[in-house]
Design a binder for this molecule. Structure first.
Ligand SMILES: *[C@@H]1O[C@H](CO)[C@@H](O)[C@H](O)[C@H]1NC(C)=O
Ligand SMILES: *[C@@H]1O[C@H](CO)[C@@H](O)[C@H](O)[C@H]1NC(C)=O
Ligand SMILES: *[C@@H]1O[C@H](CO)[C@@H](O)[C@H](O)[C@H]1NC(C)=O
Ligand SMILES: *[C@@H]1O[C@H](CO)[C@@H](O)[C@H](O)[C@H]1NC(C)=O
Ligand SMILES: *[C@@H]1O[C@H](CO)[C@@H](O)[C@H](O)[C@H]1NC(C)=O
Ligand SMILES: *[C@@H]1O[C@H](CO)[C@@H](O)[C@H](O)[C@H]1NC(C)=O
Ligand SMILES: *[C@@H]1O[C@H](CO)[C@@H](O)[C@H](O)[C@H]1NC(C)=O
Ligand SMILES: *[C@@H]1O[C@H](CO)[C@@H](O)[C@H](O)[C@H]1NC(C)=O
Ligand SMILES: *[C@@H]1O[C@H](CO)[C@@H](O)[C@H](O)[C@H]1NC(C)=O
Ligand SMILES: *[C@@H]1O[C@H](CO)[C@@H](O)[C@H](O)[C@H]1NC(C)=O
Length: 458
């Protein structure tokens, strides 16, 4: 088992190096060619296949588009290129191929409503950065109806194919510093999707998002493939809430073959996320692959169902697989994160093949999210049920944080949780134990040593 884990880890880190452009390469955009840019050209559209698991709906595969629109740029690092970008997107919408040219830098200083896109390829070969004007963005970014989420641009429409190998930089440092003095600052997410259908986003490098990297709302049949995410703070102010992907009111979404270095959920399924496939991810520094948090708002009914998570290697994380549900009593994690009392259901969720490397909890099912008083949580059981959940084929080692425990299954009542199965859990704590806290769950279905105590939440 130890040999197998080491082999898989070595393989994953080789993949990472290949996918990770060097900082020198990113800093030297345009410089290496001494002012001369590469000849204008289009990138071939990658052909995306989903394997080894296949999604419920096949990825959309439109015909090649022949009309080409190259995006102009001031290329000076200070002037907003938004008008040029909108011009190219409008000229090539409905059947064209837009190119952000190799060796050219683009700066975006205007919130762009890109929900008009139809039958278009967007080929990002170069470097796009958002301006650092936090006052402008807070006043003009797009507001989503969930958790004060906002975005630099809003992507929507039908049959949009984005690729090209380029980099999109959210200029996050100013936001990490601002957030340290004002937790209510509206930090934009890098990629805001609202109503995107039959589309694919692939082969991109995403850096320094102010908040989440992707918020996927009201979307169907979208594939994310080969996305490389990173962007730590360079000051003492940590980059917070940098989730890789959050899905919301969306179905038939696939996220695969990607490398994520972040500081919050690697992927998170927010209310009404259904038919989602996650496979072949390498996550470092995250809070795991999370269902929720759910049940945050009184009077709302949240659904997360038919989720398959396969082959994720999880490094330096608080959790591997996580399901977080607010209890049925008001609770608070922090000033800007509080809730409880909502209902709904979490159903048919599978986590299959997770490599656990320095993770606090390999598995965390928590129906007391945000509530440190367990007695209070159990007094007000959640009306949000969790059923038909499978955790299987987990290998590796946790951190010492919750030792001797490696997992927690904290349900607020025996009727709130049913058919939670953990099998093939070859995960040990550093001192060799595999204990778990098991509350209101059928212990015979759990391949861990129940009998641990409640150790709280992260
Ligand atoms: C914001 O960007 C401008 C233009 O690149 C730069 O001159 C300025 O120093 C930046 N401000 C901050 C706070 O980083
Ligand atoms: C999604 O669609 C609904 C219904 O059309 C709309 O009210 C909402 O603003 C859209 N966006 C989000 C983020 O939910
Ligand atoms: C949204 O912002 C308001 C005020 O700016 C704040 O009171 C609330 O807690 C925030 N909600 C979330 C979920 O962040
Ligand atoms: C989720 O779906 C349920 C059932 O259709 C609906 O009642 C609820 O309002 C939806 N929630 C959101 C946040 O869209
Ligand atoms: C698992 O994911 C890794 C990348 O993290 C990939 O190299 C490997 O081929 C995947 N394994 C399977 C069985 O797909
Ligand atoms: C993983 O994250 C840690 C902490 O941010 C960082 O020090 C380390 O370099 C990352 N590992 C890789 C391979 O990028
Ligand atoms: C459970 O979800 C999987 C996708 O992860 C799907 O293939 C399967 O049909 C679902 N089962 C039921 C009973 O809906
Ligand atoms: C985890 O973090 C430690 C430093 O805290 C680092 O040495 C190690 O390389 C990280 N693991 C991975 C896989 O990056
Ligand atoms: C937890 O809640 C219970 C029930 O309200 C209360 O009796 C107890 O004092 C609380 N414990 C703490 C540590 O606040
Ligand atoms: C493992 O460590 C925990 C505390 O970190 C301790 O309570 C337990 O006894 C240890 N178990 C073994 C087998 O060493």
């Amino acid at each position: 088992m130890r040999f197998q884990l080491t082999t898989i880890l070595a393989f994953a880190s080789a993949t990472l190096t290949a996918a990770n452009p060097t900082w020198e390469a990113l800093q030297n955009w345009g410089k290496s060619s001494a002012g001369k840019s590469a000849p204008e050209h289009t990138s071939p559209r990658p052909s995306i296949s989903c394997h080894p698991k296949t999604p419920h709906v096949s990825p959309h595969s439109p015909p090649t588009r022949t009309k080409v629109c190259y995006v102009n740029s001031h290329n000076d690092g200070v002037t907003d290129d938004s008008t040029y970008i909108l011009d190219a997107l409008h000229s090539c919408n409905n059947g064209g191929h837009v190119v952000f040219k190799e060796g050219t830098k683009y700066l975006i200083g205007t919130a762009l409503d890109l929900t008009f896109l139809e039958h278009i390829d967007i080929d990002i070969q170069s470097y796009i950065q958002f301006t650092n004007d936090t006052t402008y963005w807070q006043a003009n970014s797009f507001r989503f109806v969930f958790q004060n989420v906002t975005s630099f641009f809003k992507l929507g429409g039908n049959d949009v194919q984005i690729y090209g190998g380029g980099t999109i930089d959210g200029n996050g440092q100013v936001w990490y510093d601002l957030y340290a003095s004002n937790i209510y600052a509206l930090r934009p997410v890098l990629f805001g999707l609202d109503g995107l259908h039959n589309s694919a986003i692939s082969n991109l490098v995403l850096r320094y998002s102010p908040e989440y990297y992707h918020f996927v709302a009201n979307s169907t049949n979208v594939v994310f493939d080969n996305i490389n995410i990173a962007g730590a703070s360079k000051s003492a102010n940590v980059a917070k809430n940098t989730d890789g992907w959050d899905t919301y009111r969306s179905s038939d979404i696939t996220i695969q073959n990607s490398v994520i270095n972040n500081g919050d959920d690697c992927v998170s399924f927010k209310p009404n996320s259904t038919n989602i496939l996650i496979q072949n991810l390498w996550c470092n520094g995250s809070h795991g692959i999370s269902v929720g948090s759910l049940g945050q708002y009184v009077g709302e009914y949240d659904i997360v169902e038919n989720i398959y998570v396969f082959n994720v290697s999880m490094h330096n994380a608080s959790d591997g697989a996580r399901i977080k549900v607010w209890p049925n009593t008001p609770s608070a994690l922090s000033g800007d994160l509080q809730g409880g009392g909502g209902s709904g259901r979490v159903q048919n969720i599978t986590y299959d093949t997770l490599i656990i490397d320095a993770v606090d909890y390999a598995i965390e099912v928590d129906q007391c999210y945000g509530q440190s008083n367990l007695t209070l949580c159990l007094l007000y059981p959640s009306p949000l049920t969790i059923s038909d959940v499978v955790f299987k084929n987990f290998v590796g080692k946790t951190t010492k944080k919750y030792q001797p425990e490696i997992a927690t299954f904290a349900c607020s009542s025996s009727s709130a949780c049913s058919n939670i199965v953990a099998s093939g859990i070859s995960v040990l704590s550093p001192n060799g134990t595999n204990k778990a806290y098991c509350q209101n769950v059928d212990e015979t279905k759990l391949d861990v040593e129940c009998g641990g105590s409640y150790l709280g939440f992260n």
